[in-house]
Design a protein around this ligand. Structure first.
Ligand code: SF4
Ligand code: SF4
Length: 70
């Protein structure tokens, strides 16, 4: 499973960053169209695709790449 980040849904709450066991995520300096700072990759190579961020984000920012359709 590969994880894709849909920045425009993010509200910058930091839950995923807090709970990522690999510290693979970080709050970036970028803002989305709603004005929220968005989550981004800190160390993508550390991601073990455990799915915790995918399951817990209340805004459904993380999607499995195989489920994503442009
Ligand atoms: S991706 Fe989800 S859990 Fe992580 S900061 Fe954004 S809204 Fe919060
Ligand atoms: S899938 Fe797991 S290791 Fe990868 S970013 Fe999400 S919580 Fe972190």
């Amino acid at each position: 499973m590969k994880i894709k980040i849909l920045e425009e849904r993010c509200k910058g709450c930091g839950l995923c960053i807090e709970f990522c066991p690999k510290r693979a995520l970080v709050l970036s300096d970028r803002r989305n169209l709603l004005g929220y700072k968005v989550v981004g990759w800190n160390s993508p190579e550390k991601c073990n695709q455990c799915g915790i961020c995918y399951l817990m984000c209340p805004e459904v920012v993380f999607v499995r790449e195989e489920d994503f359709e442009e």
